[in-house]
Structures are given as C-alpha cells and as structure tokens.
Design a protein. Structure first.
Length: 253
C-alpha cells in the first residue's frame, strides 16, 4: 500500500512482464485484467501467473453484449462461472445478478460501445459503479460520465483502460484497505466502499491519451471482429462447446 492507500488500476487489457514493471514503477498495488474475447479460466490463469507480493492481479471480464451494431460493454469482477459474449443486455445482466458479481459501467455513453443514460437507469439496481474518467475519452465524454454518476447516485471509478502498455497507471482508484482476492474486491465494490479517484496529468498524460484514442480505429475494426469472433468455435462465443447451449435463449449470434 502507498500513502494513498491501496491503489487499483481498475481496467487493463494487456498483461505481461512489462505491464507489471510499469504498474509497480507507478505505485499501483493491483490491476483488474479484463481482456476482450478471452475465456475466464484463461484470464484467471494469466492473472495468477503475474501476481506477486507487490502487485495483485484481479481477473475480470469486459463482456461484449448485443450485436456489433448495438454493442454495449459491461465490466464484471468476481465471476464464479464463465459468461459468453454476444448475449442480449438483459441476458447478460441477469447472469451477472445470478452470480452476484460486481457490475461496472466502463466508458459510459462513449461512441456506440457503452451503456447510455437509459440503460444505466434501467439496470440501476444491478450496476455498482460508473467510470467517470477514462483516458480514451475526450473532455466532454468525461463530463457526461460524471453527470451520469451524479444523476444516478452510483459509486464512481476510473481506470487506465490500457490497451497499450504505456497507459497502465495513468488513472487509478485508492481504497483504505487491501483486498486479498477478486471475490473480496468485488464484495467491496458492491458495498460501495469509500474510495478516491486519481489520474495523472501533464504533457505525458495527454500524449498517452492521444495514442490510446488513435488505437480505437483498429480496436473497432469490423473486419477484425468478423474474421476472429463470429465463429461458433471462438472461446467466448455462446455456441462454443464450453457453454453447453446454456445461453441459447439469450444469444444474438
């Protein structure tokens, strides 16, 4: 723990030795590792392999709900069982409630990949926190996210949302106590435990934000998505054998 308490970068997409080194150098105590289109068991294994006495890695899932044209992202921490992508938003939220996971809204109202005001209001009793600062956001996006949080009274969080290693530790949340594992951390998020929101600033931060924003072009490539993910053999597709048809009634592909 630092003088700020227990500091968590609450959403990163990348995890390797360089990410761990950067997080430690920036005084981060824990990361939530939640890559897209990766099975929970693989996320857990990778999180364990990079956790040590100085840095805790909590496994999470940023779930891709709905169709490509109407996609909405939902961040979950503390899952007990695997949840596929490409379910209806109702189906995803019902499963997260069933598992009593912590449900977070990343980058609210951002482009066409986020929960907006209406969805946040509809699932107010399921959602545990809203992201109020994201390095990929432009200033008006952050102001809108903060307004959503005020209007709903939901707890707030921030993250680096790092798709690039250099962004890790650009934004973080400080808690008064540490959490031994993802279940304990999820329980704290669900309870609305006190926290402080922090981020870096200055020229370096602006440059890293710009690089992350530029990365959106590749990240949101339909060609990449169609080639890799719309096959029933993809690891988080609901038709994959791992799910045994359990989500057939709420899948969109």
């Amino acid at each position: 723990m630092t003088s700020q308490g227990f500091t968590v970068d609450l959403h990163v997409k990348v995890l390797d030795e360089r990410v761990v080194e950067r997080a430690k150098a920036r005084g981060v105590d824990a990361l939530v590792y939640a890559p897209h289109f990766t099975r929970l068991s693989d996320i857990r294994e990778r999180a364990r392999s990079f956790s040590d006495d100085e840095l805790t890695i909590y496994p999470g899932r940023e779930l891709f709900t709905g169709t490509w044209q109407q996609r909405r992202h939902v961040l979950a921490v503390g899952l007990d069982e695997q949840v596929p992508d490409f379910l209806t938003l109702d189906g995803t939220m019902a499963e997260l409630r069933r598992q009593d996971a912590a449900v977070l809204v990343p980058h609210p109202g951002f482009l066409n990949v986020s929960l907006g005001r209406e969805e946040i209001a509809r699932y107010r009793d399921t959602i545990d926190a809203i992201e109020v600062y994201n390095p990929k956001h432009l200033p008006h996006h952050n102001r809108r996210a903060q307004r959503f949080a005020r209007e709903t009274g939901l707890a707030q969080f921030t993250s680096s949302y790092a798709h690039l290693r250099s962004t890790v530790g650009e934004a973080w949340v400080a808690f008064e106590e540490s959490f031994d594992d993802a279940d304990a951390f999820a329980a704290a998020l669900k309870s609305g435990v006190d926290r402080e929101i922090h981020r870096r600033d200055g020229v370096g931060h602006a440059l890293r934000r710009g690089l992350e924003f530029a990365h959106l072009g590749y990240e949101n490539s339909w060609q990449k998505f169609d080639r890799v993910m719309l096959q029933g053999t993809a690891p988080t597709h609901p038709d994959h054998v791992a799910y045994g048809g359990a989500f057939d009634d709420v899948k969109v592909y």
